[in-house]
Design a protein around this ligand. Sequence first.
Ligand code: HEC
Ligand code: HEC
Length: 438
Amino acid sequence: MGSRLALVALTASLSGCSGGSDGPDESRQGGDTTIDDRKYTAFTHPAANLTMEEQSKFTLGTSPFNFVWEIPQLGPQYNNDSCLGCHVGFGRGLPQIGPTGIIDINGPQSEALVRVSLPEGTPDVPGGPVSVPGYGTQLQDHATNGAAEASITLTWTEQVQTFGDGETISLRTPHLAIRDGLGNAIPVDMRTSFRIAPPMIGLGLLESVDIDALADPADADGDGISGALNDVWNPETHATERGRFGWKANTPTLHIQAASAADNDMGLSSFIFPEGNGNNDIQDDQMEGMAFLVSAIAVPAAAPRNAEASHGRELFDQFKCSSCHLPTLVTGTGPIPELSNQTIHPYTDLLLHDMGDLLTDARPDFEAQGVEWRTPALWGIGIATTIRDGIAFLHDGRARSYAEAIMWHGGEAQASHDAFQAASKADREALAAFLETL
Ligand code: HEC
Ligand code: HEC
């Protein structure tokens, strides 16, 4: 498509003017919002260019995000009692499903969640998933009083794969055993999708990108890689809009994402998802503050590239990683002026791609099919383990390393997978060294 080519051309011209011998200068990953911190606090800062007034709004949103909610606001059904409990350090959560039952504030809680639906029936909202009687479209595995609606046990199986040079790698697959609150089996035809909590940086920048201009659903440019948009229901505007957030781009705006997280993950009502009795658990200004907060978290600067990482950046193009993980985008105009017209390096096209049968969850989410996932942004990925030990990659956290994540790529990314699998150990390590600088 013309616009995709235009972006590629833009990347090329940027590399031409500012790169020097080490390739393009992509260090200010978040444009003018970029901050310089690659420690465990890297994801906690407001965008560097916010006004004083916006910084206050950011701080206002931080309190309800960090707050550990209690009865009577929390629940009755929930997954975790704090946003931060899943988005630890404003980064990603572990692929962890905790014990169920009545509130145990000292016990581990779930940092991940399971979306559910039925294959047939009338959806709750136009085009959306069909809810499961008694469960809705998300399992809440904790309750403030009595049994939770579901009890989930996660186990893994391992399978060994071999690189071209004979070295091996073990890949793990998650398996969920789900029972209802009374220990009974759940409906047999229930579709499930296990998802970890993604990191929170730069989301308002991504909200300001013109994704229609990036889409290439029929692969018009013939590179073997298409890129589809999701169309999802916006309960605030009562209209179908482009989906952007969540692992399948199943949510239209950060405003809705923040409010529905409060509602579904924690059982907190707000003016966006009211309780009906006029008493919302989250005050209106707190809700607005939290939506602003998740829009305006700064993106950390990339680490300098040594020779190995620079070589990895070249391989990132050679292996066609950059066909989906687009290195450079320019934001349009959005509600937060400081996030508008920024040249950013998020390494995503925000589009849905067929990633092959090995990664399918077999659960459509609006227009997104089971095999389709939205390209995740890779900025900040090199700091993920500094923020939290034991974190993992891909929608369900099955990948414990970059190499495992790449080895799971299939479908439209099969050529990338094959190039990586066939590459020398030195090249595989160079690619990882590049990702570590992001
Ligand atoms: C139980 C864990 C959990 C809790 C609690 C939680 N989240 Fe999330 N969050 C997730 C998961 C899982 C996703 C991905 C959802 C999907 O793909 O459908 C997500 C996605 C998001 C996204 C979109 C990120 C992206 O890159 O698309 C935002 C924004 C967000 N959450 C904000 C919040 C806020 C604000 C709160 C508190 C009100 C919160 N979350 C509470 C697990 C959680
Ligand atoms: C066809 C598009 C496409 C191509 C090509 C592609 N990716 Fe991906 N990548 C994705 C999608 C979509 C996901 C998310 C899949 C999932 O969660 O199941 C992903 C996930 C990842 C992740 C994990 C991110 C996270 O936040 O968990 C890494 C790392 C990654 N890709 C690196 C690469 C590298 C390196 C290459 C080249 C060797 C590559 N990708 C090629 C689309 C692509």
